[in-house]
Design a protein around this ligand. Structure first.
Ligand SMILES: [Zn+2]
Length: 326
């Protein structure tokens, strides 16, 4: 009996140790695997554009222009397919199939994507004539990792609208951010991911100043209507989900406009180039917390305190602080 029990315990310990070793080595191997696959480095492979048959050349051009603009600044990360969806559900279905085959491997997983996951999202973009867009990095699991951007119905209604162009830059910025994340559980805080993508998109689209002024107004309005709401709430899954449920618009504003203002404070400590080309790539090797501290000299929690003080200033004081340093 004793022997048997001892053997059982030894076996369990061996099993747990083995499991831990496996977990640790698979985490290490994944970073190594991604490095070997060139995940966090620019490539010479050009993006491929896939568009539903009901859209015209103008939709393709506006998205291409946005992706090229973003690549000129951030570099060319790929292999990337950009899926552009119109309003014809049948046509969207054809593109959805190509999306799933590009992002996953194995019949089961591809079918799951097509019938239960992003396939539905893509068909819904067409069904609801939606202008939503997504950056997709599930393809990082493939032996040759892939990335994808999906954009619904560019360039939107107004002939002078920068919508489709700006959205393409925004989504490509997410592709770039995710190229520099080796561990998806240790990525960029949500407000920084969205805030910096929108900020760069507006900057490259030539709308930086207008966007900053609007962001100050909208963030102040949000603060007045929802006192106590902070970007830190976006880091906590429970408070983040609650906010999404209670006030979807507050959730978007907090991560876009308020998140952008927080990003500007970090950029003004350093520079736009430093933020995107030094800080973001360092996340791959250092992880979220260390990369932040290393780049800006304080922890994310310390920054939340500074940012709270900023949000409580007057409008003119805020605008003065946000002015680019030159
Ligand atoms: Zn986004």
């Amino acid at each position: 009996m004793v022997d048997q029990c001892a053997k059982k315990i030894t076996t369990s310990i061996l099993f747990i140790t083995g499991l831990l070793a496996l977990l640790i080595s698979s985490a290490c191997n994944d970073t190594d695997r991604l490095v070997k696959a060139g995940w966090n480095k620019p490539t010479h492979i050009s993006p491929i554009y896939v568009m539903t048959s009901d859209l015209n050349e103008r939709s393709l051009q506006v998205v291409k222009d946005g992706v090229i603009k973003a690549q000129e600044y951030l570099g060319n990360y790929g292999p990337l397919k950009v899926f552009i969806i119109g309003t014809d559900v049948e046509a969207a279905n054809v593109v959805a199939k190509e999306f799933c085959e590009w992002t996953y491997e194995g019949k089961g997983r591809i079918e799951e994507c097509f019938y239960e996951d992003q396939g539905i999202e893509i068909r819904e973009l067409a069904k609801y004539k939606s202008g939503s867009a997504y950056a997709e990095t599930d393809g990082r699991q493939l032996s040759i990792p892939t990335r994808a951007v999906t954009i619904g119905n560019p360039p939107y209604d107004d002939p002078n609208d920068i919508g489709g162009y700006k959205v393409a830059i925004h989504e490509y910025t997410h592709i770039y951010q995710h190229a520099h994340i080796s561990d998806e559980d240790d990525g960029i805080p949500n407000w920084l991911e969205e805030g910096s993508a929108e900020l760069l998109a507006m900057f490259l689209a030539g709308k930086y100043e207008d966007y900053l002024n609007d962001s100050v107004k909208l963030s102040r309005e949000l603060r007045e209507n929802h006192p106590g709401l902070t970007i830190k709430d976006l880091e906590n899954e429970r408070s983040s989900e609650k906010l999404q449920k209670d006030c979807q618009e507050c959730y978007w504003r907090l991560q876009s406009e308020t998140g952008s203002l927080a990003t500007v404070l970090l950029i003004n400590q350093t520079s736009m180039d430093y933020f995107f080309k030094e800080y973001i790539p360092s996340i791959f090797y250092l992880g979220k917390e260390k990369a932040f501290e290393n780049s800006f000299g304080f922890t994310i929690d310390e920054f939340y305190v500074t940012f709270e003080e900023f949000l409580n200033l007057t409008e003119s004081e805020q605008l003065e602080i946000l002015k680019p340093k030159s």
